[in-house]
Design a protein around this ligand. Structure first.
Ligand SMILES: Cc1cc2nc3c(=O)[nH]c(=O)nc-3n(C[C@H](O)[C@H](O)[C@H](O)COP(=O)(O)O)c2cc1C
Length: 211
């Protein structure tokens, strides 16, 4: 099974960074996994904008590409290639300022392409092009966002679920969310410890499914 792990935090002390470390430690002896790590803070990922559309135009007309346009096309293609090759994709990411880090958003911008992850059907509704792909979301957030009032303000897990299940029709099989460790510092160790156990349980389920 081809597993892609998208790491979306470069803070060594980040709780989601520790979720990533726990995840990687838990899969290290699994023989049935072919693992690729895509670290959004290590990759060259220029932001998505008009330069990309200029590059598409120049490719068609045969005009030379600027350095930025070349970097954008190469980065987008790399993200699409690693994503397409995976049976299961695990995203490990923090809630920062109510949403995902911009680098992770850029990864989504690269793969959210009509004709690649989805296309429009004759009546305008989306047709899913990779519906068999499985997605696992792992997230840490310092406050509490599970109540109905707070849920609406959360744009990290909600966003990722909307993209992968809603927009691309993929199967979001597991979500591990660690929350409240900043809001309740007296319970932080317990909250984080329970969350890390859920990370390893998710790995056990994943490995067991594919033996
Ligand atoms: C730049 C930054 C922004 C943050 N914004 C929020 C926020 O909007 N809401 C919240 O509950 N916690 C916020 N936090 C706390 C994180 O959600 C918390 O540290 C959690 O563990 C995920 O981030 P981490 O993996 O980097 O630790 C923020 C932390 C950082 C570093």
């Amino acid at each position: 099974m081809n597993l892609l792990v998208v790491k979306a935090n470069n803070r060594p002390e980040g709780v989601s960074s520790k979720m990533y470390e726990t995840f990687m430690e838990s899969i290290k002896d699994a023989k049935n996994l072919n693992v690729t790590v895509y670290d959004v803070f290590e990759e060259d990922m220029p932001y998505f904008g008009q330069e990309l559309f200029d590059a598409f135009g120049k490719l068609q007309s045969g005009e030379g590409l600027s350095e930025l346009e070349q970097r954008l096309l190469a980065a987008k293609q790399k993200a699409k290639d690693v994503f397409a090759a995976a049976d299961v994709v695990v995203f490990v990411f923090p809630l920062w300022n109510l949403t995902v880090p911009a680098k992770l958003h850029t990864f989504i911008d690269y793969i959210d392409e009509a004709g690649y992850t989805f296309k429009y059907g004759p009546d305008g509704s989306p047709v899913y092009l990779m519906p068999e792909k499985r997605i696992i979301l792992m997230n840490a957030r310092g406050g509490y966002y599970s109540s109905p009032e707070m849920q609406k303000m959360e744009h990290a897990v909600n966003y990722m679920r909307s993209i992968f299940a809603g927009m691309f029709g993929m199967q979001v099989t597991d979500e591990v969310v660690i929350e409240g460790h900043n809001a309740s510092p007296d319970k932080a160790d317990e909250i984080i410890g329970n969350g890390m156990r859920k990370v390893t349980e998710t790995v056990e389920k994943l490995v067991y499914q594919y033996v």
